[in-house]
Design a protein around this ligand. Structure first.
Ligand SMILES: Nc1ncnc2c1ncn2[C@@H]1O[C@H](COP(=O)(O)OP(=O)(O)OP(=O)(O)O)[C@@H](O)[C@H]1O
Ligand SMILES: [Mg+2]
Length: 333
């Protein structure tokens, strides 16, 4: 985790990022969109682990891919290491990719079956023109394998010869090959056997500390997020609804949705011994989200004013919330 005294340099700054996917197949009438990510703003500090939490389909992967410009945003801006990503040419973007990598959920589909481990790990170096000398490149692969708990005997083997946990180690070695500043971990252990999850999480944490990496860490698992992350962001239906330090979120959650999520995970945070907050109804479609506060159709505290668009407000330093009623509710305790 990040040391308190460390200068908080912003590595990535996202402002009002929207990603709306057009819905194809309608030839007349107004154009419709899946509003997967809508007006999301956050900072990612160098050297921190920011957790990104929310139910399936709320827009976590879309947000992560959009802020790296792997998919084009509908609108909004992203500064990465001081550079305006949306203003970069294709070539400039390719050069910047050296500093940003993603570890995906499924290590089975993210490794090419006909490439050896060595070829897999060398590929990003070749693309970036790093280690042009073959012997040096091989030595670098050897170092990377050691860093992730594998060794030289694995170099000339193929992905199918490895277990899920080992494959994820290979994926991590490949992500580290270009010495990135930022790694997005998109549910990096949820496809793995429960028995190896802790090992991979420990590896990711050790590497983050040792190499002073910055992670955006996407997860469904609140107990993992509580243990691993310095700060936490909560998403609901394309909106970021709360963002704060680990203590803010797990000790003093403000948004009714965050509280409901925490109450469904009795082993974590402030609601450990409290009653479950049950949410009524289904998640609305992101193609037709409720007006105003998107959570209002399921919120136990929704009132008339919630049909207006809420503001992203800072409650205490660094603790943001998107809710009309959080102050009253907080006072009620
Ligand atoms: N390429 C696409 N075209 C159209 N809609 C998409 C596309 N990708 C995602 N979506 C939709 O955008 C919304 C957000 O999807 P996204 O994959 O970002 O969610 P997520 O939070 O990562 O979910 P999960 O936890 O299941 O991975 C969903 O409604 C999804 O169906
Ligand atoms: Mg996802």
């Amino acid at each position: 985790m990040m040391e308190q005294t460390e200068q908080r340099k912003i590595l990535l700054q996202a402002r009002d990022v929207c990603k709306w996917y057009p819905i194809k197949g309608l030839s007349f009438g107004p154009k419709r969109h899946v509003q997967a990510v809508d007006h999301v703003s956050f900072d990612l500090y160098q050297g921190e682990i920011l957790g990104l939490v929310g139910e399936s389909g709320c827009g976590k992967t879309t947000l992560a891919r959009t802020v790296l410009r792997l998919i084009e945003p509908t609108s909004g801006s992203v500064l990465f290491d001081g550079k305006d990503l949306m203003a970069q040419s294709k070539g400039q973007m390719r050069a910047l990719r050296k500093d940003m990598q993603i570890v995906f959920q499924d290590p089975y589909s993210s490794l090419h079956p006909r490439m050896t481990v060595r070829q897999i790990i060398e590929e990003p170096m070749k693309i970036q023109g790093l280690y042009p000398d073959a012997a040096q490149r091989k030595a670098r692969v050897s170092d990377l394998l050691k860093m992730v708990g594998l060794n030289d005997s694995h170099m000339d083997r193929y992905p199918h010869e490895f277990s899920g946990g080992q494959r994820q180690r290979i994926v991590i070695a490949r992500a580290l090959a270009t010495e990135p500043k930022l790694i997005i971990c998109d549910e990096p252990v949820s496809a793995l056997d429960v028995s190896v999850r802790a090992q991979i999480l420990n590896l990711l944490r050790d590497l983050q500390e040792k190499l002073r990496l910055t992670y955006l860490f996407i997860s469904h698992d609140l107990s993992v997020v509580e243990h691993l992350c310095d700060r936490v962001a909560i998403m609901y239906l394309g909106h970021m609804v709360e963002l704060g330090s680990n203590e803010d979120i797990f000790g003093h959650a403000l948004h009714p949705y965050t509280k409901a999520l925490l109450s469904a995970a009795p082993q974590v945070g402030q609601f450990g011994r409290r009653d479950r907050i049950l949410l009524e109804g289904d998640i609305p479609s992101p193609a037709d989200p409720p007006s105003g506060c998107r959570f209002r159709t399921r919120c136990p505290y929704a009132a008339e004013g919630c049909s207006q668009v809420p503001q992203w407000e800072e409650y205490s330093e660094g603790h943001f919330v998107l809710c009309h009623r959080f102050r009253e509710l907080d006072q009620q305790g």
